[in-house]
Structures are given as C-alpha cells and as structure tokens.
Design a protein. Structure first.
Length: 220
C-alpha cells in the first residue's frame, strides 16, 4: 500500500500564484497530497477562481463580517477543525492569525516569508534590503508561531541583489523561488521525508537542526 495522501488546506487573500504552483504539483503527482479546500478572507480573491477551475472546494470567511479579530479567528478555526487537514498553508494570506488559533493547530501551519529569516521580519522586506545595501535576499518557509515571522524555518532560498534591482524586481525573483519551494516542502511532507513533530523536525531520518538551503537548480 502507498502512503496516505497529505491533506492540505490553503489560505489565500489575493491572486493565488503560490496556490497555482501547488495545484500544478499535485496534479503532476509531484506531491503525494490533495488540496481539500481553499479558504479566503477576500471574496474577490482571484485564487478562488483558480481553485474553482480545478474543482477544489472554495470557501470565503470575510474578516469584514466580524467586529473583532478573535471572532474571525474563531470562525476560521471552526472551519479548519471541520476540515481536519494534515497541513495548513498560508499562501499570500494577509491576516495575522491570533495565538489561540495558532495554538489550536500547533506546528500544522506553514508560512512563506520574503526574506532570509531571521533577517527582515515584517513588511517591505525588499526595499529594506536594498536600503541596507544587502548583496542577497531570499525566501523562507517556516512553521507559524504566535510571534510574527518567528517560527522554526524549514527551507530558505537565496538570490542576489544586483545593481539596478528594485523592490519590484526582487519580488519577481522571490516569487519564482516561492513557487518551487512550497511545492518541495509539501512533497517532502507527502512522501515522509520531512516529519514535523511536537518539538523537533526530522528530515530524511535525521534531526533538522538548521534550515535547509534550497538549491535553485533542483527540479521541483
């Protein structure tokens, strides 16, 4: 018998380009998994159309329908509890999740952040890196914890900052890496190469003590 398929829920707010890369990898059988639902806090998110085209369940939980973040988080938590996914993927989800929700799904939520963490947590990472004359920037996939952009990093990718680069050009470089990296981490999870435990991560049978460095020449 083959391994059980990884059940994935993807949370989005906008275009959903990372969602599309995951859909493509699943359909190409590069990921031993299934996207069981796509949830957006924005009813106009184009990512919902992407899900619809691939017959994936789409759900909207608009933050505008709630008077406070806690109520939104509670509604989202109820939905996620019902879906009971193996992993929850934040893919351009533009809401900060509260600690109660994060703790309810502890070490089951992944985020992708546009910097080489722990450097440049928060927003505007591209311009900040340029302003500081950095020679490289990158992308990190990490486990979500209540502290913003602070959870254990699984995979980091890097690209050079060249003369004439702008925040927009760096974002483009980052997106190309993101699309490869998210699929790779989900592939590792789906085939059992990566195991996220209560207080450790095991990668290919060994304790993961530092982030894996992504090689951009790898196929994903």
């Amino acid at each position: 018998m083959g391994m059980k398929k990884l059940s994935i829920v993807v949370l989005i707010s906008g275009n959903g380009s990372n969602l599309q890369s995951i859909i493509d990898a699943v359909e190409a059988k590069q990921i031993n998994g299934q996207i069981t639902a796509v949830i957006s806090n924005n009813a106009d998110a184009y990512g919902l159309e992407r899900a619809k085209k691939h017959n994936i369940d789409q759900q909207v939980i608009s933050h505008k329908s709630f008077t406070c973040r806690e109520d939104f988080d509670h509604a989202l938590s109820q939905k996620l509890t019902h879906l009971n996914p193996d992993i929850i993927v934040l893919a351009g989800f533009m809401r900060i999740l509260g600690s109660a929700l994060i703790q309810a799904f502890e070490r089951k939520i992944l985020n992708i952040h546009p910097s080489i963490l722990p450097s440049y947590k928060g927003l505007n990472t591209f311009q900040r890196a340029i302003d500081n004359d950095e020679k490289e920037h990158g992308v990190s996939i990490h486990i979500v914890t209540p502290e913003l952009d602070d959870g254990p990093v699984i995979l980091r990718g890097r690209y050079p900052i060249l003369t004439g680069d702008t925040a927009s050009s760096l974002q483009g470089k980052g997106h190309r890496l993101e699309h490869k990296m998210y699929s790779k981490v989900l592939r590792w999870l789906g085939q059992g190469d990566l195991q996220i435990n209560a207080d450790t991560m095991i990668f290919q049978g060994k304790l993961l003590e530092r982030p894996i460095e992504f090689e951009d020449n790898e196929t994903s």
